[in-house]
Design a protein around this ligand. Structure first.
Ligand code: OOG
Ligand code: NI
Length: 463
């Protein structure tokens, strides 16, 4: 039997192939990558402590490789097949995001690696949305959109065959893995020839820009690819210097000493040339805006208690100042955000003690000498026998995601939808349940703590 390539290795090749393709398709992404690499280098040089903790926790090398992408799917069958394809790369659906409350007719999950080892190897994630035609009021248009979607096949026969083979044989050989990566990449590729005529595109677009983006094309082109930075404020400030116009405000928590969750900013979608069918076998020139760039800074994963505090403070801020799409009140929003978030402790010890964040624990050199007198965690930390590091938040935030969607859907009038989260329906369409992100972080924390305590118990007793 030929040796199988690990799912993590397939994911790493895929992520790198996707990055090369997107850099080719959207040159501004390449520019952004250069800027992020520069800022990360500077951040590490000016903070040796941060660098050594990232090294000690094996989180340094993944940084330059790290990115997430996003796609929008049209049907339940597409979502179910996507789940099987991602599983071959060791990516599983984590979390449920309802965006109907934010005037975006989709619900979503993030496909990503699960477990510490896989995340360290390569944390590539894809924010994956399913269009909710049920939120479209116009019944006739809804049926037409459904009929158009039913016709398309977003996976190549090779991608389907390789996925089935991996499922059957429990993995892929080197040669098959290479084929799998190049076949699956086709699903994410940009197509400049639309599936529809211009008049249909306009009708879909008038119902919602997102519907036009999903229904009018052959496949779910990757719409952005996001590198991770250690200093998002600096990248935001430098973007214009690099010829890139950032959106008005950074989504998520304010600037802090101890980063929490996720901060994101993006640059506007590009207007791209597209040909529409003219109904007579020819083509009609037009444009479509879909693809953009984004950067993110990741902080500590919060416990349900920490997340509730984050949600409360964000909600409170947005009641004081609601960020306008045109950026006119950006400064006022940032001031309100910083002020409100003073209620969220900003040192690692308090975040840990108050049970707001998840951490991994490790024995320090001091533990080598003798078994401690007490096995109480706080005492062990106070005595410098155990140290702790924040666990990186690997997921997304619904309010931020809505802000990213909105900034790329134009600043025009926003449509309101009834809030209608429907996780059950999403999971039925997906063909699986989504994992709960909190459980996942809690289990990583627990395992690290148990390993410490086991290690200590093996030490010779103190004299
Ligand atoms: C996805 C937007 C959400 C994020 O980072 O929160 C997202 C999309 O525009 O399809 O990528
Ligand atoms: Ni994103």
């Amino acid at each position: 039997m030929t040796e199988k390539v690990s799912a993590s290795d397939i994911r790493a090749s895929f992520s790198s192939a996707m990055s090369a393709m997107y850099r080719d398709e959207v040159p501004a992404y390449g520019t952004l990558m250069e800027l992020v690499a520069r800022v990360n280098e500077e951040a590490l040089a000016s903070d040796p402590e941060l660098k050594s903790r990232l090294e000690a926790t094996d989180n340094l090398s993944r940084l330059s490789e790290e990115r997430h992408g996003a796609i929008r799917l049209g049907t339940a069958a597409e979502l179910a097949m996507m789940r099987r394809v991602f599983a071959v790369m060791g990516m599983y659906p984590v979390g449920y995001y309802d965006l109907s409350t934010a005037a975006v007719p989709v619900h979503s999950t993030a496909f990503r690696p699960v477990g510490e080892e896989a995340l360290k190897r390569n944390p590539f994630r894809v924010f994956t949305s399913l269009l909710r035609l049920d939120l479209i009021a116009d019944e006739i248009l809804r049926q037409e959109a459904q009929a158009i979607l039913a016709e398309r096949q977003i996976f190549t026969p090779g991608a389907v065959a390789m996925t089935e083979k991996a499922e059957r044989e429990g993995g892929l050989s080197e040669e098959d893995a290479t084929r799998f990566v190049s076949e699956v990449l086709e699903t994410f590729r940009w197509h400049d020839k639309a599936n529809v005529e211009l008049s249909m595109y306009h009708r879909l677009h008038d119902a919602h820009r997102l519907i036009a983006d999903v229904v009018s094309f052959k496949g779910p082109h990757i719409n952005h690819l996001t590198p991770r930075t250690l200093d998002i404020d600096k990248v935001q400030t430098l973007m214009p210097e690099y010829g890139i116009a950032p959106k008005a405000v950074v989504e998520g928590p304010p600037t802090r000493k101890c980063p929490i969750l996720l901060r994101q900013t993006s640059f506007k979608a590009l207007e791209e040339a597209v040909s529409f069918q003219d109904g007579k076998g020819g083509w009609h020139a037009g444009t479509h805006t879909a693809r953009f760039g984004e950067i993110e800074q990741r902080g500590v994963a919060l416990t349900p208690k920490g997340r509730a505090l984050y949600d409360k403070l964000l909600d409170h801020t947005r009641k004081i100042v609601r960020p306008a799409a045109d950026g006119s009140n950006a400064a006022a929003y940032e001031t309100a955000l910083a002020e409100t978030f003073k209620a969220f402790p900003d040192d690692w010890a308090s975040i840990r003690c108050q049970g707001l964040g998840y951490f991994t624990y490790a024995l320090t050199g001091k533990a080598e000498r003798a078994a401690p007198a007490s096995f109480d965690l706080d005492t062990l930390i106070a005595e410098g026998i155990i140290c702790f590091d924040p666990i990186v938040y690997e997921d997304f935030l619904p309010v931020s995601a809505a802000g990213i969607f909105q900034s790329n859907l134009g600043d025009g009038a926003q449509q309101e939808f009834e809030a209608s989260p429907n996780q059950k329906r999403f999971e039925t369409d997906l063909g699986a349940q989504v994992l709960n992100e909190f459980d996942h972080y809690a289990s990583i924390e627990k395992a690290s703590l148990e390993a410490c305590l086991n290690g200590l118990q093996k030490r010779p007793a103190a004299e």
